[in-house]
Design a protein around this ligand. Structure first.
Ligand code: DGL
Length: 278
């Protein structure tokens, strides 16, 4: 089962986020490449990442990568825009397996969608402050204008499960008012938590604005990369509940309840680990 690059095709894929947001990427990966095993880690003890410094997010991400590597994963997906923006460069330097983030695929998707060249990007303070989307999108198309807006309250609202709630509505209205006035036609959900409040966001921006969720493009990039490296798992894993394993740094029960509410596949359990040990 070992390929030329020394990696095992039937090894799992590691996916991580600061909390539950990465599940939006996880569910797209399971849909597009259903034969793969996945180890998911949500850093529920230290969420949110978006209000922390680049150094802290990088240190957290490095610990998680070390943890995921104990499972001999064949690749890692940074299913968090904040960690992709702050830490992916550093992670790439120190790793000998493929690692991908969500920002580049998201940027590509937004450029493909816009017609009037006005793209709104919403994300955490760290992601918007890093200007990473502006940088990638401008590289792809210099004629596009990007309007970034940090929405720091969205992540706690999602983590609290307030997906359809008047409070979430009101906050979204305030955050998005300016972008609506600017006449964007594309709204890039630059945080993996935000697709979970997609219906609220979509109602507020109206149907002239297309919402872009980088999860689809990320899973596609992963699939193409694994195919090119001859690393796609062709054998159905047939592992039942063991095909997908979930780890968190705190409150495993809360995570399981939330995950089961958004993913059809029954997540039977999640295990809490002390991530500071890695
Ligand atoms: N879901 C993450 C992101 O995509 C992080 C949110 C947070 O922890 O602040 O940015």
């Amino acid at each position: 089962m070992e390929t030329d690059n020394g990696l095992q095709r039937n090894a799992p894929i590691g996916v991580f986020d600061s909390g539950v947001g990465g599940l939006t990427v996880f569910r797209e990966i399971m849909r597009q490449i259903p034969n793969e095993k996945i180890i998911y880690f949500g850093d529920t003890a230290r969420v949110p990442y978006g209000s922390k410094s680049r150094e802290t997010v990088t240190r957290y991400s490095e610990q998680i990568v070390r943890f995921l590597r104990t499972f001999h994963v064949k690749t890692i997906v940074v299913a968090c825009n904040t960690a992709s923006a702050c830490a992916l460069d550093t992670l790439e330097q120190d790793i000998d397996i493929p690692i991908i983030g969500v920002v580049k695929p998201g940027a590509r998707a937004a450029v493909d969608v816009t017609k009037n060249g006005r793209i709104g990007v919403i994300g955490t303070e760290a992601t918007i402050g890093s200007q990473i989307y502006t940088e990638y999108i401008s590289k792809l198309n210099r004629n596009v204008t990007i309007y970034g807006r940090a929405c720091p309250l969205f992540v706690p609202l999602v983590e609290e499960g307030l997906l359809e709630d008047p409070v979430t509505d009101e906050i979204a209205r305030r955050y998005l008012a300016e972008l609506i006035d600017i006449d964007i036609d594309t709204l890039l959900l630059g945080c993996t938590h935000y697709p979970l409040i997609r219906s609220t966001l979509s109602r507020i921006v109206g149907d002239r604005v297309t919402l872009v969720n980088p999860a689809y493009e990320t899973a596609l990039e992963l699939k193409n990369m694994l195919r090119e490296m001859d690393l796609l798992n062709e054998d159905p894993p047939g592992l039942g509940a063991n095909q997908y394993r979930f780890y968190v740094s705190d409150k495993a029960d809360k995570f399981v309840r939330f995950a089961n509410s958004i993913i059809k596949y029954g997540i039977l359990s999640a295990k809490a680990v002390n991530i500071e040990e890695y």
